[in-house]
Design a protein around this ligand. Structure first.
Ligand SMILES: C[S@@+](CC[C@H](N)C(=O)[O-])C[C@H]1O[C@@H](n2cnc3c(N)ncnc32)[C@H](O)[C@@H]1O
Length: 240
């Protein structure tokens, strides 16, 4: 994938609205999964939809990306009174002090890097600024249907030209990065069960569907096969 800032500026001009419209699945997951987290940093946030969701759900949340133009647009024009704090950040050199956040996360970011050495460097930086957790979401190579769709779309749009990961591969990358951890968990994320986030379904029985989606979708997701799972979620509990 193209990693130039210019590429991302242009890409967000085309795709930002569709990202902002889709449910903040990662924010919902973080809210329901972690009970000991108050402050969060989203790295390479793009639309920052997930950190924005967390900001409106009582978290001290910062959304960041190295694409200055998109961050400024979100902050100044799109969400001028946002509860979310914004920061322009290169994931290789974060401006924050050591241990600034309880949890640092990114969704669909390591998929932009073919070189594991780059990923090691970024993980070290994430370890530095996080007190407790690093949470990683990457696309799942076992989902061959999704891979095919991306391959087809990538002929016309470089946004879809990404690296897919195997769950053992991302696990090994975290281990090889030499960050100090107490525990690593691999979870299934996204796929068939996301149907319950759809507005049409929520309209039919809203009072049941809202809590149902938020609490149960991440749990139900674990029951589906890897072949039907969209992304791999890797939860790293740091040893600090
Ligand atoms: C696929 S997008 C992430 C989408 C985002 N999770 C969302 O929900 O809107 C990848 C993002 O990585 C950002 N990015 C690429 N290289 C970066 C770097 N070195 N530091 C910070 N952000 C970077 C791009 O600007 C882009 O917004």
């Amino acid at each position: 994938m193209n990693n130039e800032k210019k590429f991302w500026q242009n890409t967000w001009q085309k795709h930002l609205d569709e990202y902002l419209k889709s449910p903040p699945r990662v924010g919902i997951f973080i809210k329901n999964y972690f009970k000991d987290v108050k402050s969060v940093l989203e790295i390479a946030g793009g639309s920052c939809r997930d950190s924005r969701y967390l900001a409106y759900n009582g978290y001290e949340a910062t959304g960041s990306d190295f694409d200055e133009k998109t961050i400024k647009y979100l902050q100044k024009e799109r969400f001028p009174n946002d509860k979310l704090k914004y920061s322009i950040e290169d994931a290789f050199r974060l401006s924050f002090k050591d241990n600034s956040f309880d949890l640092v996360f990114h969704n669909g970011f390591f998929i932009c890097f073919n070189n594991n050495e780059d990923i090691f460097k970024m993980l070290k930086e994430q370890e530095r600024v996080s007190r407790k957790y690093i949470v990683i979401f990457v696309h799942n190579v076992k989902n061959q249907k999704l891979k095919k769709i991306f391959k087809e779309k990538s002929k016309y749009d470089d946004l879809y030209n990404i690296r897919f990961f195997d769950k053992n591969e991302i696990l090994q990358i975290v281990k090889d990065s030499k960050i100090k951890y107490k525990n690593i968990k691999i979870l299934k994320f996204g796929g068939l069960v996301d149907i319950f986030y759809k507005k049409r379904i929520k309209k039919i029985i809203p009072n049941v569907m809202y809590p149902f989606s938020e609490f149960l979708v991440p749990k139900l997701c674990q029951l589906q096969k890897w072949e039907h799972t969209e992304r791999i979620c890797c939860v790293v509990e740091l040893d600090k």
